[in-house]
Design a protein. Sequence first.
Length: 307
Amino acid sequence: MKIAILSQDASLYSTRRLKEEGEAKGHQIQVINYLQCYIKITAHQPSILYNGKPLESFDVIIPRIGSSKTLYGTAVVRQFEVMGVRSANSSQAIQRSRDKLQCLQILAREGIRIPVTGFAEITQDIDDLIETVGGAPLVIKLLEGSQGFGVVLAETNQVARSIIEVFRQSNSNILVQEFITESAGEDIRCFVVGGEVIAAIKRQGAAGDFRSNLHQGGQAKKVKLTSQEKKIAVRAAQATGLNIAGVDLLQSNHGPVVLEVNSSPGLEGIEKATHVNVAGKIIDFVTKNAMLEVSAAAGRRSARLPL
């Protein structure tokens, strides 16, 4: 199969591993910097141009869209979809997961447990917003943040009030969220592929840091999930429409809660900690899924032919 990996940097661990595994399995792999693509939108022969030339057709694409480039990245993914190219994760699912507020609302609608969260445009009465999540300690998050950036722990109501005022003065959109004290700076990253958890790690934040992100100096180790944790991770991925997802869980006194759903989860930490060939499983899934869709489409065409 001809597979395109949409990534800003071919040397990144995740991109490199996907390319290696794809080629090892006999597929043609091309890494495309989606920021260097531009789109021709037309009712007839819509196309994507790359470095000044129309891109050849692909059987499937694997988007690795950076959070800061979600708008343009999903536009490129959507253009591939318009052209009839299958995507490992749809543009709509990527957008759902990247909009933290929308993602949490979708999870809540599906009855999936999440930390109590507050959101407001006008925060003239900041105290009420703080009390919606049970007061301090609480977490304040920028809607556009990722990898632990733009996430602040406020240990008192006064500190929370000051931080919220600063963010609002800069016209930043924020969430306030209950702090799960019993998680003790740990979370669980569940890697979901095709409706199955294929690997999981427990991440511990660096000393003195409540964030467990590996990019912020956290440590990872392999963990065995309970059936409840597996179920909630798969449900969270399916609720957002993601075939490939990193679902982050926190352990609370009431059971696991979903903290975040990531549409472009990193492979390095989880592959090294678990020794699971995550990249290979992704390639197997996208190629098998693409072949099944082609067979189903052929069957539908055949059924329409006159006897």
